[in-house]
Design a protein around this ligand. Structure first.
Ligand SMILES: C[S@@+](CC[C@H](N)C(=O)[O-])C[C@H]1O[C@@H](n2cnc3c(N)ncnc32)[C@H](O)[C@@H]1O
Length: 208
């Protein structure tokens, strides 16, 4: 895996956690809709340094998580040890990952824009297949707005999506939540704006 493809490999080598250790707010929605039961499987795609994956493992889910960066996965494992939980964390690429597992919850935060444009359709085909009936998907992605400048830590492999593009992949799922939000990001010394689309959807199987 060529992890020099993202600047995060370097950022995550620092001792401090680039994204902190506090879990993302959207996780509470997932927990409310699908409270942890023994063996309930989660996939975290682009887990960074593991703050969300480790939190969900602490809540009692069985968590699989991957990221392109070796430094991020090392920090994820360190955080899991610190919190006294086990998770299956490894280096992989959102564009090419394969799995034989099936999941009750699949989420990815801040990472879908690393999909190469020709890999977006195959990615959602794969996600649909590996989500269990009744399972949940939460995804967010950065979208293009003419009045928002490129972020200072933007990677060369990132592509901004169009407003609503993410939502269109879920036309036949039950939508629990849709949002578009502009917010200030402090990941660099220069605070900057992002526009983000988010969706929480559920795979409903119709019995015939
Ligand atoms: C904005 S960060 C979000 C990290 C984490 N989800 C969080 O919310 O803290 C984007 C993540 O995508 C990862 N990434 C970049 N390219 C990737 C790829 N091709 N496959 C998997 N992960 C990738 C980066 O290493 C980084 O951890």
């Amino acid at each position: 895996m060529d992890s020099s493809r993202t600047q995060y490999e370097k950022f995550y080598k620092a001792d401090e956690y680039y994204w902190g250790k506090e879990p993302a707010d959207f996780l509470e929605r997932l927990i409310t809709l699908k409270p942890p039961r023994r063996g309930m499987q989660i996939l975290d795609i682009g887990c960074g340094e593991g703050k969300d994956a480790v939190y969900m493992a602490k809540k009692g889910y069985t968590v699989t998580a991957f990221d392109l960066t070796e430094s991020g996965i090392a920090k994820t494992k360190l955080l899991a040890d610190e919190m006294g939980v086990k998770i299956n964390a490894y280096v992989d690429d959102i564009n090419t990952f394969e799995t034989d597992e099936r999941f009750d919850i699949i989420y990815s935060s801040g990472t879908l824009q690393y999909l190469f444009p020709d890999q977006i359709a195959p990615f959602f085909a794969k996600i649909r297949k590996i989500t269990n009936p009744g399972g949940l998907n939460y995804f967010n992605v950065f979208v293009k707005k003419p009045f928002i400048e490129e972020a200072p830590d933007w990677d060369k492999e990132e592509t901004l999506w169009k407003t609503g593009e993410l939502f269109a992949w879920y036309a036949d799922w039950k939508i629990h939540y849709l949002d578009e939000n502009i917010f200030e990001c402090h990941s660099t010394e220069t605070p900057h704006l992002h526009c983000m689309d988010s969706i929480l959807a559920q795979k409903i199987i119709i019995k015939k």
